[in-house]
Design a protein. Structure first.
Length: 157
């Protein structure tokens, strides 16, 4: 039984490794915009407590580079910072989240046309598959899948 006084900290070590797969992008609900290859390297930091995710992909003719830093919060949960040359226009977005049975999830708030939107991310991993899903939600726009990356492990770190 877990100690309720101790925060639940994510075990991010299973994410470490080199990954290759496909990512899909939706700009509006239920309308697939693009499907392209993606490669990612997940590196553990600080004795495996934190991870970085560095990825390259494309959306149409546009090259995409991205970086994620994820690690535990002091009192449980996870903090995620994300920057992407296409989705975030190179601006760092950061948010807090929670541990899930096979990874973690976090949300960030951002402004679009002066209105508040939410970008929620879910990261899950098993021995050979990494799945990253990003959901978008805003005024008059119910939550929808914006990005889904499904990657297979090439090598473990």
């Amino acid at each position: 039984m877990s100690d309720p006084a101790k925060p639940i900290r994510p075990d991010l070590s299973p994410f470490a490794g080199d990954w290759r797969g496909t990512w899909k992008t939706w700009i509006e609900p239920d309308v697939l915009h693009d499907e392209s290859p993606i490669e990612a390297v997940v590196t553990p930091l600080i004795e495996g407590r934190d991870i970085t995710v560095v990825y390259t992909a494309s959306i149409g003719a546009d090259a995409v580079e991205g970086f994620v830093l994820a690690g535990p919060l002091q009192h449980g949960g996870v903090h995620v910072a994300w920057v992407d040359s296409w989705h975030t226009s190179g601006l760092v977005q950061a948010g807090d989240g929670h541990v899930t049975p096979d990874g973690f999830a976090a949300s960030v708030a951002y402004s679009y046309d002066g209105q508040a939107w939410t970008w929620s991310s879910e990261y899950s991993v098993d021995s050979n598959r990494l799945v990253i899903r990003h959901y978008n939600e805003g005024p008059g726009c119910p939550r929808y899948l914006g990005v889904e990356a499904v990657l297979e492990r090439i090598t473990a770190s």
